[in-house]
Structure formats: C-alpha cells, structure tokens
Design a protein around this ligand. Structure first.
Ligand SMILES: Cc1cc2nc3c(=O)[nH]c(=O)nc-3n(C[C@H](O)[C@H](O)[C@H](O)COP(=O)(O)OP(=O)(O)OC[C@H]3O[C@@H](n4cnc5c(N)ncnc54)[C@H](O)[C@@H]3O)c2cc1C
Ligand SMILES: *[C@@H]1O[C@H](CO)[C@@H](O)[C@H](O)[C@H]1NC(C)=O
Ligand SMILES: *[C@@H]1O[C@H](CO)[C@@H](O)[C@H](O)[C@H]1NC(C)=O
Ligand SMILES: *[C@@H]1O[C@H](CO)[C@@H](O)[C@H](O)[C@H]1NC(C)=O
Ligand SMILES: *[C@@H]1O[C@H](CO)[C@@H](O)[C@H](O)[C@H]1NC(C)=O
Length: 539
C-alpha cells in the first residue's frame, strides 16, 4: 500500500532496489529508504526535502536567531510538518529505522538553535510541530489543553475571548511556543504569584522513542516530573499539555520608569536588589539595562539607562502608595502608571504597545524595534547577594565598549511563590534564596554575522567579569536560556557522566541525577538527543 503512491517517489525507489546488491548502505540509500518509509505512511505531502521550493521558507519560518541562518549552518535533510499524532509517530519510526537523528521544533526560540541545528556529522531530520497548535480553554473547570506548537499569544487570546479574570503563568513574549517553554520550566509575569508554567501542568500527551502515546497515568510520575522542566529534546515529544488556569483581577497596573546614570540609576538599582524579592507576589519587578546617547549642551554622551518595569495585580493607587513606602528612591507617581487588563499588560510589557489583541495570534510578528530577525547570544546568572555599586561600575564600563551597542541586561526579581516551591518539585531548581535572575543579551544585524565572534567574545568577557557576584558551585543557569559555552555533548561519540554533569548541574542542580536515571529508562538508545540533551548512563 502506498508503494507506488506518488510518481515523485520513482527515483528513490530505484535507489532503494539497487541498494540490495550493496553490502554497505550509502547515505543516498538511507535518504531514499527514509523518504520511502514516510511515503508509505502517507505523509509525503508534509515532507520537505532540499529539492522542495518551500524548503528554505519552512526551515527559516521559526528561526529566531539569524546567527543560524548562514550558508554554513548545518541543514536538515528533510523537514516534516505533521498535522496529526500519527504523523509524529511515523516520523519517529522512520527516523529510528534508518538511523537518522531527529530534532523536535515547536516555536524555534532555542537560543542555540538546537531544535533545528545539529553539529553531528550525520544527517538529521526536523519534525516541526507548528501545525499542531490547537488551544482548548475550559473556563468552567479553569483548565486548558494546549498543543506544543501553539504560541503563548494564541492561549492568551483564547482566554481573553472568554474571561478577563483568568490567565496562565506563561511567557511575556507572545511568540514563544509551549513545546520548548514548558519543557524548560517557563517563567513570566505571574511566576512570583503562581510559580512557573511547569508548576501548573496537570497532564500531558507524550510520544516516546518507540512511538507509544502516553499520558500522565501511563507514563508514571518519574517521567511526568522530568518533562516539566528537564529541558526540551531529551525524553521524547510532548504533543500537548493540560494546564491549570489562574486568577487575576480585572484591572492590573503597569509602569516603566527610566533612570540614566546622571539620574542616580546606579544607586537606585543597588537599592532595588535589597527589596525587590520581598515585594508582594502580585508584582513582577524587572529591570532592563542598555546604553543610550544623551544630548547635552556640550554635545553627545553615552550613558547607561536602567528601566524599572512592573506589572502589578491591583490598582494604580495601591501600587503608588506601596512603592512610595518601600521604594521611595524610584519616585513613582500615579502619572507613571497605566491600568489595563492582564492580557493588555502582555502587549504593553511585551513590546507590542498600541496593538490589537489579534496580534497575539500572529506567530510571524517580530517585535518592532528588532526590525528584522537579529543575531544574538544570551547567557544567564542567578544572584543571591546584592552586587555592590562598584560591581555595577564595572558592568557600565563594559557596556561603553564599541561591541556593546546592541547589548541589554535583564534582571527579574525572584521571591514570592518561587521561594515556597521545593527545589525538587520539578527539575527546574532555582527557587529559594535567589534575589533575581540576570540575562545578558547581545544583538547584531545579520549582515554583521562576519563579526559574530567579536560580539560573542564581548559577552564571554562580561560573563567572566560577573563571576564573583553571582551563584557559585554550581554557577546556576536557566535551561531555557540555553548556552552551549557551559558545556555540551560529544554528538558523535561517548559523553561521560562528568562531562555532562558540568552543564547538567548548572541547569538542574541535584535534580540532574534523577533526570539521567529517567532518561536511561525511557530512551536507553539515546534516540532523542542534541548538543545539550540528557544522555543515558549505564554505570
Ligand atoms: C524572544 C524570546 C522571548 C523569550 N521569553 C521567555 C520568557 O518570557 N520566559 C521564559 O521562560 N523563556 C523565554 N524565552 C526562552 C524560551 O522559553 C525557550 O527558548 C524555549 O525553549 C522556547 O520554546 P520553543 O518551542 O519556542 O523553542 P524550540 O526551539 O522549538 O525548542 C526548544 C527546545 O525544546 C525542544 N522541544 C521543542 N518542542 C518540544 C516538544 N514538543 N517536546 C519535547 N521537546 C521539545 C527542542 O528540541 C529544543 O531542545 C524566550 C525566548 C525568546 C527567543
Ligand atoms: C514540494 O514542491 C512542489 C513544487 O515545487 C509542491 O507542489 C509540493 O507541494 C511541495 N511539497 C510540499 C510538502 O509542500
Ligand atoms: C542623586 O543623589 C544625590 C545624592 O543622594 C542627590 O543629591 C541628587 O539630587 C540625586 N540626583 C537625582 C537626579 O535624583
Ligand atoms: C550614539 O551616537 C553616536 C554618534 O552619533 C552613534 O555612533 C552611536 O551609535 C550612538 N549610540 C547609541 C547607543 O545610540
Ligand atoms: C560626558 O561625560 C563625561 C564623564 O561623565 C563628562 O566629564 C562630560 O562633561 C560629559 N560631556 C557632555 C557633553 O555632557
């Protein structure tokens, strides 16, 4: 059945037949056999080979980092875009049968592109879940089922159609997809009140390396634990998630206040570290740091600008009196505050101001100030004791270096609910004792990719400068802010436990060992793998 299904298969069929007479299969044979396997599963119309005119546009459709759109970036042999669970099963089965590596992509936001780039010598296939994106919101029971290919904005939009007081603790950025996001924990505007997205998952539909479809009950609590924060691409493919919705007031308040160095930004930021983690859990206190030109009588001067932004689950007058009490240095007044619904706060703080809610469903919409897809490098750190002012001065001098024009630092206060959830509840371990998380970002234009190494070197210098001020043994990092500098697997060889522990403990602390045990049980052949996936261990 389906053997002579399509004429376009004919050349591959020939290769297929010829290969019987050869003792060793060549890569052309594998290629043909693989395509044949897919076509006998009747999914040829969802398979894009490099010969297909849409191949590049499908490949690049969700590449969010132009660092990985270069002529030398490794390209997949084939991209499969399933419309149905059975297509996912067929792709797993055929890839496994023909020894091809499979990369799972939902929204393509991975900072190192591991969902669509392989550094291995062997060919690979991308399974792109963008079409598996249904969102079903059950307002009465306050739950939803979301498929992994759906983006945050699609859920926010659906909820907003039905309720002003229900929400989900998802990402601020509307384009991030559920597949990778929940797999790595997932924080956002509500995480200090309700925990991570992964803390709010109650069931999941999962496919393992043998193509079995499992739910929470049939997969068991170990695997169900691992997929909620153990990092994407290690255990199998999560098709959909059952999530708990949470309550928000009808009106929330948002502000953003900018302070330059001349306006005492350093001192105010220094102070922020001592109090922000103790702010009420209905607040999302965050900081963005970048450089800007100020115009003075004498001409132009580069300065650092620190933007203090907050979403608050309450009214403006309440927020103003609160801040005047605990953080008078900021000088917040009611003029700085804007009241709105929760979903509008996603637009306001997610850099989509003055847009209609419909924009939330647009997965191709790129935030305006980025213009096109930039190239970037990101790293993360956790801060457990306040950084002295002199420490910030050192950051400022690095920000004044010429490479740093596209650099931003983001701080997000921890505390609240994050302090109450035990480190071992889900694999994401960064809980009590963190004042805030830092992400360091540097961006450049795609045309400037020839200078990528200069920008990345700048980032590594800053990261090395920060060492005395941040968490130690391990120096913790957030798996959803993937950074291959902190260690990676030998994709074509054996990765030792010690080697894997280096990055594994930074992301997962003591949860790492349990993740390895679960991986060894569910996928002993290491079918699901990438540069920084959990490997099985048989020691
Ligand atoms: C602009 C931007 C904003 C962001 N904002 C936030 C934020 O507010 N909060 C936050 O926590 N993070 C944020 N992130 C980080 C984001 O959570 C991670 O990059 C996340 O992994 C992206 O998921 P994805 O499905 O879009 O990415 P992908 O690149 O598709 O996947 C990421 C990883 O998960 C694996 N994976 C994908 N789908 C599945 C699946 N269905 N089953 C199993 N494994 C899978 C992939 O193989 C890969 O290893 C942001 C990233 C960007 C680029
Ligand atoms: C491959 O390309 C052809 C035209 O070049 C197109 O008709 C066909 O639908 C494409 N395959 C897929 C899966 O889109
Ligand atoms: C900065 O702080 C100094 C010393 O506390 C103070 O005198 C000055 O007025 C502040 N400047 C601004 C712009 O707030
Ligand atoms: C500041 O101005 C200079 C000179 O006009 C320009 O080259 C530089 O890019 C500007 N820097 C920023 C951060 O805008
Ligand atoms: C630029 O900054 C330097 C150092 O802070 C200062 O001495 C100088 O007066 C400033 N120039 C202008 C034009 O503001």
């Amino acid at each position: 059945m389906g053997f002579l299904h399509s004429l376009s298969l004919f050349p591959f069929l020939l290769v297929f037949i010829v290969s019987f007479s050869w003792p060793i299969t060549s890569s052309a044979d594998i290629y043909g056999d693989f395509l044949h396997c897919l076509s006998s599963s009747s999914i040829s119309n969802l398979v894009y080979t490099q010969m297909n005119s849409s191949y590049s546009s499908i490949l690049e459709s969700t590449i969010h980092n132009s660092r990985f759109i270069t002529p030398t970036s490794p390209k997949p042999w084939v991209i499969v875009t399933p419309l149905h669970v059975s297509h996912v099963q067929a792709t797993i089965r055929c890839s496994k049968k023909h020894g091809l590596q499979l990369r799972t992509r939902s929204g393509g936001h991975d900072f190192e592109g591991v969902s669509y780039i392989s550094e291995s010598e062997s060919p690979f296939v991308i399974i792109d879940l963008a079409n598996l994106r249904s969102v079903q919101v059950d307002v009465e029971n306050e739950v939803a089922w979301v498929q992994s290919g759906a983006i945050m904005g699609e859920l926010y939009y659906e909820i907003a159609q039905k309720s002003r007081t229900l929400a989900f603790p998802g990402a601020l950025c509307h384009g991030v997809a559920f597949g990778g996001y929940i797999s790595g924990g997932g924080y956002g505007l509500l995480f200090r009140k309700y925990g991570l997205a992964a803390d709010n998952v109650i069931d999941a539909e999962f496919i393992d390396a043998n193509g079995r479809i499992l739910n929470r009950k049939s997969m068991g609590e170990d695997l169900f634990w691992a997929i909620r924060g153990g990092g994407g691409g290690s255990f199998g493919i999560v098709l959909s998630w059952k999530i708990k919705l949470v309550h928000v007031p009808e009106t929330v308040t948002v502000f953003s206040i900018r302070k330059t160095l001349e306006q005492n930004a350093t001192q105010i930021l220094h102070r922020w570290q001592y109090i922000s983690y103790r702010f009420p859990d209905g607040m999302y206190p965050s900081i963005t740091i970048s450089t800007t030109n100020t115009t003075t009588q004498g001409g132009r001067n580069l300065t650092v600008v620190v933007t203090f932004s907050t979403m608050f689950l309450g009214r403006a007058n309440e927020l103003v009196s609160l801040m005047q009490n605990i953080f008078p240095e900021l000088g917040l007044t009611s003029k700085d505050c804007n009241e709105m619904s929760f979903v509008e706060s996603i637009l306001a703080l997610g850099l989509l101001p003055n847009q209609n809610l419909e924009i939330l469903q647009d997965r191709n919409y790129r935030v305006s100030f980025l213009l096109a897809t930039p190239s970037f490098k990101t790293k993360s750190d956790y801060v457990k004791k306040p950084i002295p002012e002199i420490g910030f001065q050192g950051i400022w001098s690095q920000l004044f270096e010429p490479e740093a024009r596209g650099a931003t630092l983001n701080f997000v206060a921890y505390g609240g609910k994050m302090d109450e959830i035990p480190e071992s509840a889900v694999p994401f371990p960064h809980r009590k004792g963190n004042l805030y998380k830092i992400s360091y970002n540097i961006r450049w234009r795609e045309e400037d990719n020839v200078n990528s190494e200069r920008y990345i070197a700048w980032m590594r210098r800053l990261y090395s400068y920060m060492k005395p001020f941040v968490s130690k043994s391990p120096r913790e990092a957030y798996v959803n802010y993937r950074d291959l500098d902190i260690g990676k697997n030998n994709e074509d060889g054996f990765t030792t436990y010690a080697q894997m522990s280096v990055w594994g403990r930074k992301y997962f602390k003591n949860n790492f060992d349990r993740l390895v045990k679960i991986k060894t049980k569910i996928d002993p052949e290491n079918f699901f793998r990438h540069q920084q996936s959990i490997s099985p261990y048989f020691g």
